[in-house]
Design a protein around this ligand. Structure first.
Ligand SMILES: Nc1nc2c(ncn2[C@@H]2O[C@H](COP(=O)(O)OP(=O)(O)OP(=O)(O)O)[C@@H](O)[C@H]2O)c(=O)[nH]1
Length: 781
């Protein structure tokens, strides 16, 4: 059933809103205001009533809205008023969405996505603004309820001081009030003569101030303040107004309110959903992902296809692995994503990248449908991507393609020759059989899908792969999805940005520009993005940097709010709160033996029924996979004699994964045990206090070696720990046995003074040895 607001309906009938309200009231229908929604039935009834000659009245242009406001019917039921307001909001939202999505869009799915995104944006903005408005003195809420307003007006005129303080009308008594009213009416009339005409409509954003709206209406803010006051809303000209108040205010002036949807420039999705100019659309290559069960031949198929691509390239051309490649089938290009497996596919999708147009599900004819085949089908279906089934390994004597077809019926994949609409191609990826037919089928599905893009304009797309290269810096493989990417372009990728310094295609050729569906590898970014990140080209580097910085800050904030990872510090708290019964750890070490020893010892730690669960062990540096695993399993990484790679360190930092490295197994055990007991010692940092050089040594029986030394740097303290250094090599670490000046025991000896000392349980002190005194100072974690 279609609904209209009172004012829209009035406009349609060319009568005033108040006339409609009046007629409705006569018919027993109560509306809160011009913004109330009318049902079809009500509109019919009101229209009939209005069309009776005595009642119909032409609409006047300069509507005396003040009276209208006065005559506004009061609500009999508070509940109904609220209901109506909800309807109003709902309808305005719908209207706004219609306004923003009226132009033709790429396709249905993007349409839907756009609508949802817009709705989300709307919601986001409304939420943001809501909080802003809520800080204001209840202005917005009060006006949403007509009955409350009326109630307040009543209170103000009855002169109840304690409640009516906001209403100036209570102060001067009836006579004064009348005088003022008379005066202001005159002023209003004078103003009206000299005022600019009102605009037909005003574009507003929620949270605008009275002064801003007054400016748009070419009216004095004081006039608006007064109008609102008459409606029971007390606000000053610098107060922000809620959407409802703004709408009522504008309608009081008979000005159409149009809400302006503010676009979040940092939301990259919006750049993917730009309105398209149908005329600029051209056919683009399909992007294909190959999925299937382990060992069914995904990699072999990708290799066979890539070989074909190499053969096509110029003699001597080398195909480099950039995460995707393009094949030319009789002049029709096809882009293959070079990362087999649905995990990659889903990760990309989870990050917002919908890059796949067609999914090829590889099923080995000798093995049939297996668990990952089903998973792959489900992932493709969830992404609404057309499926082509490649029945592989048909060269094998035990191959049974019909069994595969039979098994796939259960998943609604019915071959064409069995009356369905799924394309099945029987191939041998290893022996290059029927590959051409597979390619033709891909082109056929692509044609049916009518894949198009607009190569004009700035490029948008997704990251297929990214890595950090020691000499070149961050390298990313991008898939252009719309527009044309050019060398030198300023680009935002995920939360990073840069200018495209170099751009190569899958044939390792330097290129200047890349159109839709083209995979390219670029350098020039400031940081390494993640696979699945979206990219958008901006007209200048400054804008790109600003947007990337905003996105980066937003991402950090989001993460801060959502991530609550386990660290050694909060481990005990988590255990206390009953969140953890198992502590997940990942152990990496320099050699297998030490990893096993460490794991063995860690597993023996017993703390009140809490168990250590080793999720993964390995030899070598702590890498990104370890961090991903720790992040996913809320685990802690323990490294023994190994360090994290730079990328792993970065990821650990961003994903809040606790990485602990040790050089002594017992330290690792002690620290983990202490953390589990909530007794983690504070962390200390070494601070060298001073140095002294040995000038003489004396051997004294029962005392040992006494060294005579000169303090030549800082201070040597009796309580300090020391290191004995000979020719730059630490020969002993320990404590002082005694520290003296002449015959006196002293607490410390300053720079430039001589002293005598012994080292506890150590006598091998030689002339020219240096003792370095240091203290362990507690640092904040
Ligand atoms: N006979 C025959 N063997 C094949 C064919 N395709 C792949 N193979 C073999 O099957 C095995 C697995 O192939 P892969 O391409 O590695 O399979 P995959 O699906 O990529 O496996 P994962 O990467 O482990 O998921 C290899 O030994 C291939 O040589 C084929 O068409 N015929």
């Amino acid at each position: 059933m279609s609904k209209k607001r009172v004012y829209e309906f009035a406009k349609e009938l060319n009568v005033e809103s108040k006339e409609v309200l009046k007629q409705a009231k006569d018919l027993g229908i109560e509306y809160a205001s011009h913004m109330s929604s009318m049902t079809d039935e009500d509109m019919k009834r009101v229209k009939q009533n209005l069309q009776q000659p005595t009642q119909a009245k032409p609409k006047q242009n300069a509507a005396p809205k003040k009276e209208e406001a006065k005559n506004k019917p009061q609500q009999s039921q508070k509940k109904q008023s609220n209901q109506n307001n909800q309807n109003q909001n709902q309808q305005q939202n719908n209207k706004n969405q219609k306004q923003t999505s009226s132009k033709p869009k790429k396709n249905n799915s993007s349409n839907n996505k756009q609508q949802t995104n817009k709705q989300q944006n709307n919601k986001k903005q409304n939420n943001k603004k809501q909080s802003k408005v809520e800080n204001k003195p209840k202005v917005a809420k009060r006006t949403t309820n007509e009955q409350e307003r009326a109630e307040m007006r009543k209170q103000s005129t009855s002169g109840r001081r304690n409640k009516g303080r906001r209403f100036r009308g209570t102060r001067g008594g009836p006579a004064g009030s009348k005088r003022r009213q008379g005066r202001s009416r005159n002023q209003e009339q004078q103003q009206r003569v000299s005022q600019k005409p009102l605009p037909e409509s005003v574009e507003y954003t929620e949270g605008m101030t009275i002064a801003e709206i007054a400016h748009k209406l070419h009216r004095e803010p004081a006039e608006l303040v007064k109008k609102l006051f008459m409606d029971g809303v007390v606000a000053t000209q610098n107060d922000s107004l809620s959407k409802d108040v703004i709408e009522v205010l504008l309608l009081n002036y008979d000005v159409e309110p149009i809400e302006k949807i503010e676009v979040d420039v940092a939301d990259l999705d919006t750049y993917f959903e730009q309105d398209v100019d149908e005329e600029s659309l051209v056919k683009r290559a399909p992007t294909v992902t190959i999925m299937g069960h382990v060992d069914h031949g995904k990699t072999t198929l990708l290799d066979t296809l890539r070989d074909a691509s190499v053969t096509q390239s110029e003699a001597g051309g080398i195909t480099q692995h950039i995460g995707a490649y393009q094949l030319d089938v009789e002049g029709e290009p096809i882009t293959f994503l070079d990362t087999p497996g649905h995990a990659a596919f889903t990760t990309m999708r989870a990050r917002g990248a919908d890059v796949t147009d067609i999914a090829i599900i590889v099923v080995a004819a000798d093995d049939g449908v297996m668990p990952q085949t089903v998973e792959a089908i489900n992932h493709a279906k969830a992404a609404d991507v057309p499926i082509i089934v490649a029945v592989n390994k048909v060269d094998k004597p035990e191959a049974n393609p019909d069994r595969v077809k039979q098994e796939l019926l259960e998943y609604e994949l019915v071959p064409e020759d069995w009356g369905g609409d799924t394309i099945f191609v029987e191939i041998s990826a290893l022996f290059n059989q029927n590959i051409e037919e597979l390619l033709e089928m891909i082109l056929l599905v692509a044609e049916v899908s009518d894949l198009k893009a607009d190569p004009t304009g700035l490029a948008v797309g997704s990251v297929l792969e990214a890595r950090l290269d020691r000499s070149k810096g961050p390298i990313a493989t991008l898939l252009v999805q719309n527009g044309t990417l050019r060398k030198g372009d300023s680009i935002v990728v995920g939360t990073t940005y840069g200018r495209i310094r170099t751009m190569v295609n899958d044939k390792a050729q330097q290129i200047q520009e890349a159109g839709p569906s083209t995979p390219v590898e670029i350098t020039g970014l400031n940081e390494t993005p993640k696979a699945g990140d979206q990219f958008v080209v901006f007209k200048d580097e400054k804008t790109a940097r600003q947007i990337a910085e905003t996105r980066s800050n937003e991402a950090v904030e989001e993460q801060r709010q959502s991530v609550n990872k386990v660290t050694l510090e909060n481990l005990f708290d988590s255990l206390e709160e009953g969140e953890l019964k198992e502590v997940n750890i990942i152990v990496k070490g320099d050699v297998q033996g030490s990893v096993e020893a460490l794991v063995g010892s860690l597993e023996k730690i017993e703390v009140d029924g809490v168990r250590i669960n080793v999720v993964h062990t390995g030899v070598g540096a702590i890498n990104e996979t370890d961090v991903t695993l720790a992040s996913a399993s809320h685990g802690i990484i323990i490294g023994f004699n190994v360090r994290p790679t730079p990328q792993a360190s970065e990821n650990a930092k961003s994903e809040h994964v606790d990485v602990r490295t040790y050089r002594v197994i017992y330290d690792a055990i002690d620290e983990l045990e202490a953390a589990m007991k909530g007794m983690l010692d504070p962390e200390y940092e070494e601070q060298v206090t001073g140095q002294a050089t040995v000038r003489e040594t004396y051997s004294v029986s029962r005392v040992g070696t006494i060294a005579g030394a000169l303090v030549n740097n800082g201070v040597i303290k009796r309580t300090s720990s020391i290191r004995l250094i000979r020719n730059g090599i630490v020969v002993h670490e320990g404590e002082l046995g005694s520290l003296r000046r002449f015959d006196d025991d002293v607490r410390e000896v300053q720079n430039g003074y001589e002293c005598g000392f012994t080292i506890e349980n150590y006598n091998d002190i030689k002339i020219d040895d240096v003792i370095e005194a240091y203290e362990m100072v507690e640092i904040e974690r």
